[in-house]
Design a protein. Structure first.
Length: 171
C-alpha cells in the first residue's frame, strides 16, 4: 500500500496536481496550509486538514482515516506544538489508536517511529526551512510491521529513504 503525503503548499495548486500525477498510490493526504478552498479540484481524492494559514472553515482540524489495516491520524501540527515536541501529538495518537501520524507546519521533512507509531512530516513543496529541499513524502507499507518512507523533491528525485520496523510488544 502506498500513501502520498503533502503539506504546506501555500496556494500552489499546480504543484499538488503535478505531484499527484507522478505516483500511483492508494491514498493521498494534504496536512494543511494549502491556502486553497476546501473543494478545490486539486483535492479530488485527497484527505485534507486545516492549517494555521487556511481560512476555509470546512477543513477539519484533524482527520482519522482507515487505510487497509492501518489507522492514519492527520493534523497540521500547530495545535500540537510540533515545532517543540511530538509529545502532545504522540498522546493524541495513543488516544485514537493511530498506527501512522501525518503532520506538517514546520516545513521540515522527517520521520520517526515512537512506540510503534510512525510519525511523518513531508516538509513543504513551496517554502522549505532549515536549508532543506522542497519535498513531499511517499510511504510504502511493506508488511503489517514494515514501512518505507521516502522524501522526494518537486522534480521526483529521491532526497532520502528510510525503513522502519515495528518492535514486538513484550508483556
Amino acid at each position: 500500500m502506498r500513501l502520498l503525503v503533502l503539506s504546506d503548499t501555500h496556494g500552489n495548486a499546480d504543484i499538488i496536481e503535478q505531484v499527484k500525477k507522478m505516483h500511483s498510490v492508494d491514498y493521498q493526504f494534504h496536512c494543511g496550509d494549502s491556502e486553497l478552498p476546501y473543494d478545490h479540484d486539486a483535492f479530488l481524492y485527497v484527505h485534507r486538514v486545516r492549517g494555521n494559514c487556511d481560512t476555509d472553515t470546512r477543513f477539519p482540524e484533524e482527520k482519522l482515516a482507515q487505510c487497509g489495516d492501518k489507522k492514519v491520524l492527520m493534523v497540521h501540527g500547530h495545535l500540537h506544538n510540533v515545532k517543540s515536541s511530538l509529545m502532545t501529538l504522540h498522546y493524541k495518537a495513543q488516544e485514537v489508536g493511530a498506527d501512522i501520524v501525518l503532520f506538517g507546519h514546520s516545513h521540515l521533512y522527517g520521520a520517526e517511529m515512537i512506540d510503534n507509531v510512525l510519525f511523518v512530516n513531508p516538509g513543504s513543496l513551496v517554502a522549505p526551512r532549515g536549508g532543506k529541499a522542497k519535498s513531499y513524502a511517499l510511504i510504502e507499507i511493506e508488511s503489517s510491521s514494515e514501512y518505507k518512507v521516502s522524501f522526494i523533491s518537486e522534480t521526483g528525485d529521491i532526497i532520502s529513504s528510510h525503513l522502519f520496523s515495528m518492535k514486538k510488544q513484550t508483556q
